[in-house]
Design a protein around this ligand. Sequence first.
Ligand SMILES: NC(=O)c1ccc[n+]([C@@H]2O[C@H](COP(=O)([O-])OP(=O)(O)OC[C@H]3O[C@@H](n4cnc5c(N)ncnc54)[C@H](OP(=O)(O)O)[C@@H]3O)[C@@H](O)[C@H]2O)c1
Length: 299
Amino acid sequence: MKVIITGAAGQLGQALRRRVPDVIAGSPLELIVTSRTGGGGAIALNLADAEACRRLVEKHRPDWVINAGAYTAVDKAESEPQLVQAVNADAPAAFAEALQATGGHLLQVSTDFVFNGRQGSPYRPDQLVDPLGTYGASKAAGEAAVARVLDSSRFCILRTSWLYGPVGENFLITMLRLMRERDQLGVVADQVGCPTATSGLARACWAVLERSVSGIQHWSDAGVASWYDFAVAIAELATAEGLLDSSVRVNPISTTDYPTPAHRPSYSLLDCVSTRAVLQLQPLHWRSVLQEVLADVVA
Ligand SMILES: NC(=O)c1ccc[n+]([C@@H]2O[C@H](COP(=O)([O-])OP(=O)(O)OC[C@H]3O[C@@H](n4cnc5c(N)ncnc54)[C@H](OP(=O)(O)O)[C@@H]3O)[C@@H](O)[C@H]2O)c1
C-alpha cells in the first residue's frame, strides 16, 4: 500500500512517522512523506500551492494521502485569511480532486474548532459545523470540499481536539517553558475540551487505513478538562517526573481575562463513541496519557 503523509515535520506528522506499520491491510507499506522545506527523507511540498498538491498525487498515485499538514496558528490565522484558506481548504480540495481521478483515498485530519462550542454535550460527527474563527472556518471548508469531491467510501475526515505531544508547538511544551520561567501563571478555566496526545491520534490514523474507515470520525483521549485543569496536571506530573525543579502556582482565569485575536469554542468535547467502535481502539484518560507523554519529553 502506497501512502503519502503531508506535514511530516509537524507534531502529528512526526508521531505518524514514529509509528509506521510494516504492513497495512495485508500489504507492505510504501511511504512517501512531505514537508514544507523537504529534507530528512521528506519531499518538499508547499501546501499553499494547490497545483503542486495535485501533481504530487498524479505522479505517485498513492492508495492513501494522510493530510496531517495544516496552518494551525489559530490567532495568526485571523490576519492571514488567504494563506489559511489555501493551506487548510484548497490543498485538501486539490488532493481530493486528484485522488478522485487516480482512485485513491484521503484521510483529512480536522478539528473541534469547526464547532461553535455553544452546546453542553459532546459534539457528534454528524452535527452541523459552525466555526467561530478563520482557522475553524478554513478547516470546515476543507472538510466540505473533500466530502463534495470524493466518493463517500474514499475519504475519512478525522476530527480531533487539543492536540499535544512531546515535540512541536503545543500547550504542553508552552506550559513547561512558562512554568520554568515563572513561579505562577494564569490559565483559562472556562474553555472545556479534551487534551489528545499525538501518539494516540497517530494510532487512530493508521487504524483508519488498516480498516479502510470512511466518513466523518471523532478521536480524542478520554475524559474532559479545562485548559486550567490541563495546566494543573502538567505542573503536578512534570514536577513528579523531574521536568520542573520547583512547584508553580497555576491560577484559574476567564477567557475575558486573556483576550486573543481568534474566538475559541468554550465547549468542544467530541463524541468519539462510534469512532472508537469502528477503529476498535479505546483511549486512556487524558491524565494517564499525559503521564506517558511527559516521559518522552526531553528535559
Ligand atoms: N494542534 C492542535 O491543537 C489541533 C487540534 C485539533 C486538530 N488539529 C489538526 O491536526 C492536524 C495536525 O496538526 P498539528 O498540531 O500536528 O500541526 P503542526 O504541528 O502545526 O504541523 C502542521 C505542519 O503543517 C506544515 N505546513 C503549514 N503550512 C504549510 C505549507 N504552506 N506548506 C507545507 N507545509 C505546511 C507545517 O510546516 P512548518 O513546520 O514548516 O510550519 C507543520 O509541519 C491538523 O490538521 C490540525 O488542523 C490540531
